[in-house]
Design a binder for this molecule. Structure first.
Ligand SMILES: NC(=O)C1=CN([C@@H]2O[C@H](COP(=O)(O)OP(=O)(O)OC[C@H]3O[C@@H](n4cnc5c(N)ncnc54)[C@H](OP(=O)(O)O)[C@@H]3O)[C@@H](O)[C@H]2O)C=CC1
Ligand SMILES: O=C(O)C(=O)Cc1ccc(O)cc1
Length: 450
């Protein structure tokens, strides 16, 4: 219920109605949060969901479930489309013309290019367009997470109304254009997901649950495993949409696959000096001088600490186990990430205002490897001298190339097949993994506060 600290309905907006089309995970989360703050909500999903949704929300008097988007659009002052990114054009074409005169319309899809095109194509001209994007999943506390707001075609008054409604999420408002949004999320989300999707595919190809062996143990490995399972436990369309439909994402995912392949070839050929030179150059470009302050890009305090990450293992090893008993990893996925950022001229810290929890964790483990010269030298040495990870790395390279090709071709169906096959492999372990993964994300977010 609303508490005194959560901004509630402002004077003059008591009769303002928020419409939500698409009551999936994100739509429901918005409906609950906004209704807790006192806003009147009208919402729908597909007609088949009508009875179930009515039952689910029957105890909330300020949420009215309707049969379809026409009814929601006719009655609401601000309508949020929260449907699959690939369906946005079809759904807006269907309900957009029913939008109430002078209403405000926005979307919560992860990729703004098709969403804005759909609004421009199908909404009446008197309707204002203000879009948003919560940069986190439906189970994460919205407080202090970035919320992108896009004033695409709107009066200041309409924009102010949207901000007033969404303020109850207590997120950090980030103001961007649709184009800026897609460019930044391609860097932060699409390429990060490509790395985890590739790890999952590689483990699946090897038929291994990575936490069951001696290879993937310790803080960095816990992050790799927990986040990979977190992604594969979600709906495929979320990740497919933001990779395939974001016109900015293709280049990044393609470069990641190139970086993985080229570094793997250097490892395979035993070219230690060349590998080292390339990685250190990339390190300098990505983490080196911060022009404003003169020091390195990273803060004095690391983004992540081993002691936090070591607690969240799916495997059997006790926290604080003797590191000499663990198999060293060359961390191809992380070396390639920095190589990719370097090739594309990306400084990941520039995107922190717009980062998801997953991106912060990924940057955290990458930083963790690169801040410690001995750890980095160890990974480079292992990369050339130690064959233990050769087949895993080969599978990882194939996987990264496969995802990049699929995204490059824009093949939704192939993407889905690739994802679902690996999802099935990990499925029996999701319950446990999600619990550990959520606890890890929570602890890391708390440990990185202030
Ligand atoms: N999940 C996440 O972590 C995040 C997702 N997003 C974005 O938010 C959007 C929603 O994601 P999420 O909630 O996770 O996905 P869901 O699949 O859970 O929700 C989408 C819902 O929209 C419904 N829908 C489709 N067509 C219509 C229609 N014509 N009328 C009414 N409802 C319809 C879907 O029904 P059906 O399943 O039958 O098609 C589904 O229930 C996506 O664009 C996603 O990219 C943004 C931030 C985070
Ligand atoms: O943190 C991530 O990258 C996630 O996986 C959750 C997520 C998925 C889709 C979005 O549009 C925003 C956040």
């Amino acid at each position: 219920m609303a508490t005194s600290t959560i901004p509630s309905v402002s004077p003059g907006m008591e009769s303002f109605i928020v419409g939500i089309i698409g009551m999936g995970d994100m739509g429901k989360m918005y409906a609950r949060r906004l209704s807790d703050a006192g806003w009147k909500i009208m919402a729908c999903d597909r007609d088949e969901q009508y009875e179930d949704l009515r039952n689910e929300f029957s105890s909330r008097t300020n949420i009215q479930i309707l049969r379809n988007g026409h009814l929601v659009s006719r009655a609401s002052d601000y309508i949020i489309y929260s449907v699959e990114a690939a369906a946005i054009d079809r759904v807006v074409a269907q309900y957009g013309p029913s939008t109430k005169q002078n209403a405000i319309v926005g979307g919560q899809t992860s990729c703004k290019d098709p969403e804005i095109k759909a609004f421009e194509d199908h909404l009446p001209p008197d309707v204002d367009i203000v879009s948003c994007h919560s940069l986190h999943g439906p189970k994460v506390d919205t407080k202090d997470q970035p919320l992108v707001l896009i004033k695409h075609r709107a009066s200041d008054e309409s924009f102010r109304k949207v901000e007033t409604v969404l303020r109850c999420l207590q997120s950090k408002h980030v103001y961007l254009s649709a184009h800026e949004h897609d460019r930044i999320t391609a860097d932060t989300q699409a390429v990060t997901h490509a790395a985890f999707l590739s790890m999952g595919k590689a483990w699946h190809s090897m038929r291994q649950f990575p936490w069951e062996g001696a290879r993937y143990v310790g803080g960095i490995e816990n992050v790799k495993i927990n986040l990979t399972l977190r992604i594969y436990s979600q709906k495929w369309h979320v990740y497919a949409g933001l990779a395939i439909l974001n016109p900015e994402a293709r280049k990044q995912i393609d470069q990641y696959a190139k970086s993985v392949t080229e570094l793997y070839k250097l490892m395979l050929g035993g070219h230690h000096a060349e590998l080292r030179e390339r990685v250190l150059k990339a390190k300098e470009k990505v983490f080196g001088r911060n022009n404003a302050a003169g020091g390195p890009q990273w803060e004095d305090k690391p983004l992540l600490r081993d002691t936090v990450l070591d607690q969240f293992s799916l495997g059997r090893t006790e926290p604080g186990a003797d590191p000499s008993t663990l198999l060293p990893n060359n961390h191809l996925s992380l070396l390639a990430m920095v190589d990719c950022w370097s090739a594309l001229g990306i400084v990941p810290y520039d995107h922190m205002i717009c980062s998801t929890p997953l991106f912060r964790l990924w940057l955290g483990v990458t930083e963790h490897l690169f801040r410690d010269p001995a750890r980095l030298e160890g990974a480079l040495r292992v990369a050339v001298e130690d064959n233990t990870f050769r087949s895993d790395d080969l599978e990882f390279t194939f996987a990264a190339r496969g995802w990049a090709e699929c995204v490059g071709l824009g093949h939704f169906e192939t993407w889905k097949e690739r994802f679902v096959a690996t999802q099935r492999f990990f499925e029996p372990r999701f319950a446990e993994a999600i619990e550990v993964g959520n606890a890890m994300v929570k602890a890391v977010l708390e440990s990185t506060k202030a």
